[in-house]
Design a binder for this molecule. Sequence first.
Ligand code: CTP
Ligand code: ZN
Length: 156
Amino acid sequence: MTEEKMLKVEKIRRGTVIDHIPVGRAFKVLKILKISSDPGVTVSIAIHVKSKKMGLKDVVKIEDRILDSSELNKIALIADGATITIVEDYGVIKKFVVKLPDIITGILKCSNLKCVSNMEGSIIPSFTLISKEPLTIKCHYCEREMETEEIVENIL
Ligand code: CTP
Ligand code: ZN
């Protein structure tokens, strides 16, 4: 059976579909997009969906919302390789894959409270990607290394 035939949530008229999210991470995506604090947004979530590519995956559909580049980079931090589909009048108008950049700037803060990037308001936090599996990034300023859990907690 194709993935489409196994669709668990309805198609949307207009908005953004985030597909191929690693299983269990849908709620982290919602947290990043600050969905829970915004009652004006309609969201469908499918978790533990069977996928040929990934075994299991999560899917999030957000109606009437287009994500900006900073939001897309934040999604790449916890769902590198997720597929973003922009829907208009029930049709797909744009589709692309999010990719974690080698340098990650301005979307999360350093977990080291004494880091100069946390002390000086004018400094934009910046990290280098060290490894994708397990996800590890390194602060440009204090060289603190951060992994997934810490990364998610510190997303701005
Ligand atoms: N989608 C949706 N509402 C629409 C159109 C598409 O929710 N009006 C969703 C589909 O359910 C799918 C994603 O957007 O999760 C991509 O749509 P499409 O490219 O039509 O699906 P597929 O060809 O099955 O692509 P993929 O292999 O990426 O699942
Ligand atoms: Zn630091």
